[in-house]
Design a protein around this ligand. Structure first.
Ligand code: UD1
Length: 422
C-alpha cells in the first residue's frame, strides 16, 4: 500500500492552479448519456473516482476516455441498464446514473450504495423523487430496479436539500413529459454547473442555485463540449493548509463566490485573503485565532467537506473552538488520528470541542475517508517531525497528485510504495 511521508514545518509558498471539481464532473459525466453522440467535458481532474465513472460508462456501452483534462464520451452504443455491483461498491456516485438511464433506456438496475465511513447515506430521497415522476421501484435485498415506460413531470418537495437527490431528479426530469418543480432543492454550485451543462445540450432548466428548480421537459438533447467549474473543496483545503503553515499562496482559476463561507471563517481566524477576479492570495503571519462555533450545513453555509480540514486549523489556534457537524452523522473519524498527533479534541454527539495546542507532532496515521485524509495531510505539513499517512487511496479520490501539488508549494512530501519482496 502506498503512503505519504511528510516532513512538517515548512510554510507553503507559491502559486498554484486549482483543478476542476470532482463533484461537478461526476454527475455531468453521468448526464452525458442522455444525448446520443459525442460529448466532451473539459477541466476534468485525473482522480480515481473519475476512472470508476469512466469504467461504469464503458460497462453501459459508451466509448469513454480521458486525455489531458478532457473526458470524451461517445454515448451512441448505450444499451446496458445494469450497473455491476463491483463498480457500484467502489463509488457511491454511481447512483447518478439512475436519472439518466431511466431517461434513456427506461430501466436501471443497481445496488444500494450502503453506508460509508462518514455516515449512513440513504438514497430514499432519490427514489421518492423518481417515483413521483412515474418510475416503478422494486427493492430486493440491496438490489434496486427502477423502470419507467414514460417519465412525467411532477412537483417534488425534498424534505432535506440532498445534493445527489436534487441532481438525480433534475436529470430524470430533463426529458420527462411536462414540467417538474423541485422545491427544497440543494443550492450547491455543482448543481448550477449541471444545469448549465444540460441547458447547453438543449434542456430547459431554471433556478439551480436557489431552492426551487423548474425543468420543462424536452424531447431530445444534443451532445456538446462543456468546461466544468474549479474545485472549491480543493481550493478550501489549500487555503487552510496555507493558514496552518503560516504560508503565502496564490490560488489561480478559482471561483471565489463559491468559497464565501470558507473565506469568512478564515478571515475570522486572522488569515489575510485578497481576491482579484479568479485569483486569490492567502497569507497567514500569526497563530490562528479560535472561533467560538462553526456549524456545517448545506450550501451556502460552511461545507461538511471542509470540516475535517478546518479542525486542524482550530487544533493549532489560540483557544477553544467548537465545530458542529449537521450533514453527516459519522464524520469525526479523523479526531482519533489528529489526537495521535497531539491535538486536544473532545467529541460530544455531533459537536467537537477543540482546544488549540501550540504544536502538533508527526505520527503514523490512517486516512479513514477522503476529507479526513486531506486533514491529516494538512496536519502533517504543520507538525513538527515526520508524519506517515496510510490508506491514501481515499485521498486520491479527490485530490489530483496531492504530493505534486503541495511539493510545488515547497512542502516536503513524498509518496512511497512498499518495497516488493519475492
Ligand atoms: C454530495 C457530495 C459530497 C458532500 C455532500 C454534502 C458529490 C459527489 N458528493 O454528496 O462530497 O459531502 O454532497 O455536501 O457531490 N440523505 C438522505 N436521503 C437521501 C440522500 C441523502 O437521508 O436520499 C442524507 C445523507 O445521508 C446525508 C445528507 O442527506 O446525511 C446529505 O447528503 P447529500 O446532500 O445527498 O450528499 P451527497 O449527494 O451524497
Amino acid at each position: 500500500m502506498e503512503k505519504l511521508v511528510i516532513e512538517g514545518g515548512r510554510p507553503l509558498t507559491g502559486t498554484i492552479r486549482i483543478h476542476g471539481a470532482k463533484n461537478a464532473a461526476l454527475p455531468i459525466m453521468a448526464a452525458s448519456i442522455m444525448a446520443e453522440g459525442t460529448v466532451k467535458i473539459q477541466n476534468v481532474p485525473n482522480l480515481s473516482d473519475i476512472h470508476v465513472m469512466l469504467d461504469i460508462l464503458r460497462a453501459l456501452g459508451c466509448e469513454a476516455g480521458h486525455t489531458g483534462d478532457t473526458v470524451t464520451v461517445n454515448t451512441t452504443g448505450v444499451h446496458e441498464f445494469h450497473i455491476p455491483e463491483s463498480l457500484m461498491s467502489q463509488m457511491r456516485s454511481s447512483i447518478f446514473l439512475m436519472g439518466p438511464l431511466l431517461s434513456r433506456l427506461g430501466r436501471v438496475e443497481l445496488y444500494q450504495p450502503g453506508g460509508c465511513a462518514i455516515g449512513e447515506r440513504k438514497i430514499d430521497l432519490h427514489l421518492q423523487g423518481l417515483a413521483a415522476m412515474g418510475a416503478v421501484i422494486e427493492e430486493t435485498g440491496n438490489k434496486v430496479v427502477c423502470t419507467a415506460e414514460e417519465l412525467r413531470g411532477a412537483e417534488i418537495m425534498l424534505d432535506y436539500p440532498s445534493v445527489g437527490a436534487t441532481e438525480n431528479i433534475m436529470m430524470a426530469a430533463v426529458m420527462a413529459k411536462g414540467m417538474t418543480t423541485i422545491t427544497g432543492a440543494a443550492r450547491e454550485p455543482e448543481i448550477q454547473d449541471l444545469q448549465n451543462f444540460l441547458n447547453t445540450m438543449g434542456a430547459k432548466i431554471i433556478g439551480a442555485g436557489t431552492d426551487t428548480i423548474t425543468i420543462e421537459g424536452v424531447s431530445e438533447l444534443t451532445p456538446c463540449t462543456y468546461r466544468i467549474i474549479p474545485d472549491r473543496i480543493v481550493a478550501g483545503t489549500l487555503m487552510i493548509a496555507t493558514a496552518v503553515t503560516r504560508g503565502n499562496v496564490t490560488l489561480e482559476q478559482i471561483s471565489p463566490a463559491h468559497l464565501t463561507s470558507a473565506i469568512h471563517v478564515l478571515k475570522r481566524a486572522g488569515v489575510q485573503i485578497t481576491i482579484h477576479g479568479d485569483i486569490m492570495n492567502v497569507c497567514a503571519l500569526a497563530r490562528p485565532k479560535s472561533i467560538e462555533r462553526i456549524v456545517t450545513s448545506p450550501y451556502p453555509s460552511f461545507p461538511t467537506d471542509l470540516q475535517s480540514q478546518i479542525m486542524v486549523l482550530f487544533s493549532l489556534a489560540d483557544g477553544l473552538s467548537v465545530v458542529k457537524e449537521t450533514v453527516f452523522e459519522g464524520r469525526f473519524r479523523h479526531v482519533d488520528e489528529l489526537s495521535r498527533m497531539g491535538a486536544d479534541i473532545r467529541v460530544d454527539l455531533n459537536s467537537a470541542f477543540i482546544r488549540g495546542v501550540p504544536r502538533l507532532y508527526g505520527a503514523t496515521v490512517e486516512a479513514t475517508d477522503l476529507r479526513a485524509g486531506a486533514a491529516l495531510v494538512i496536519a502533517g505539513l504543520a507538525a513538527q517531525g515526520t508524519t506517515v499517512i496510510e490508506q491514501i487511496h481515499h485521498i486520491d479520490r479527490g485530490y489530483e497528485q496531492i504530493e505534486r501539488m503541495l511539493g510545488r508549494l515547497g512542502a516536503a512530501i513524498q509518496r512511497t510504495s512498499p518495497v516488493k519482496t519475492e
